[in-house]
Design a protein around this ligand. Sequence first.
Ligand code: ATP
Ligand code: MG
Length: 455
Amino acid sequence: MIRKLIRRVLRLPTLPHGGAQALPLKKHGVTREQISPAALKVTDKLQAAGYTALVVGGAVRDLLLGRDPKDYDVATNATPEEVQRVFGRRARIIGRRFRIVHVPFGPEIIEVTTFRGDTHDSHTDEETGRILRDNVWGDQEQDARRRDFTANALYYDPSKQVVYDYHHGLQDLEKRQLVMIGDPERRYREDPVRMLRAVRLSAKLGLKIEKGTDAPIATLIPLLDDVPQARLFDELTKMLVSGAASACLEALYESGLYKAVMPQLGRVMASPADRAFLKTAMQATDDRITAGKPVNPAFQLAALLWPQVQRRWEQLQGSGQSSIQAIMNAIEDVLDQNRGLAPARLSGTMREIWSLQPRFEGRVGRKPFRLLEHPRFRASYDFLLLRATEDESLAELADWWTKFQEADAAEQTKMLQPERTDPAKKKRRRRRRKPAGEEGGPDSAADNMDDGGDE
Ligand code: ATP
Ligand code: MG
């Protein structure tokens, strides 16, 4: 800080990595081999074309923490058009507010960003201080200052195996803390989503949000009201699939940030049973991610909104609607109240998971076999198991379904519950079946043998 000040006062020329500490391999331990081959291709090719190109952001931070990076970002002094010239057609310039280049290598996409200049040069809203467009290019030092947290402003040069650290990011990582670069309040005003990023990164990486970085959040939450819903939803989804959804949920609630993302969560988390349900659901996904299994955010969103669906479902049944009718109406009501949390691409799956729940109660005749065949059976069954972990009255039902799936046809038939004694129905069935003349056992069993044949 003082060195920078002296240099500025004396108007000394800016060094190539002005203001940065250049940390050699023995100080940070990240070798070139640890970087993804796709990211290496991007930095090597840009450097060969005469540009500066470095791995930056989350990937460097994660490698320093001994974690596997989720994806790679590259920062460069080449403009988006110049990057495109180096990589040709495959490279796509995307974004308006923040133009970046996507360079795909097979399934991996490397995000290449051009060094950003100082905030006062970018397009900000005079009244709120919010950054509206951010496409003013700058040098690496300015770019570092524009990043959110000190640990995210670390640059790695794979050809030299050097880390450039402008804001003591490495030291903060060693102290296990997340520290905003510059004045936290001003930085949150520029982009309120940084508050959500603080919560997510701290939960995911087990870093403490440093006091000064944390302090302004409580009063600045309303700033998120003006952030487009799609961006908020994007952040929420990142939390859900971060592998630390359970910790993120708690942090969202404790910080009060839930009010901006999912206001209904306040009421849900105030109920110990619902809170336990949500924690279990998020933990289950976190465990899946740890085990390398795929996760679908629709399942988690279905869980997040379930306490609301369930409450409404019970209410509507109380007012005389049938179980199925009531859940269908409850689903529509809850989706209506939580618009923005269920975009069309996910709400179909959420609807299916929810609407199949009452169907697990049908354990007679062909019903269970039909449910087994439903394309959304697996997710809905997992959802039932989740419900059963917090609701003892569902334990027997969940168990039954676990056994039913694994049983062979004969066992399945034995497991079915007797048909309800609806005399009118029974009579009709008998008449229909008699010609086949094959019924040996009780009515329900015969019914189910037919089902078995259909499978
Ligand atoms: P993740 O592990 O989720 O990818 P990340 O820190 O890499 O975390 P990205 O969204 O990929 O997050 O962003 C890449 C980098 O861009 C960040 O490390 C940070 O330096 C910078 N950045 C991202 N969003 C912001 C923001 N809202 N304000 C300032 N800098 C940001
Ligand atoms: Mg990233």
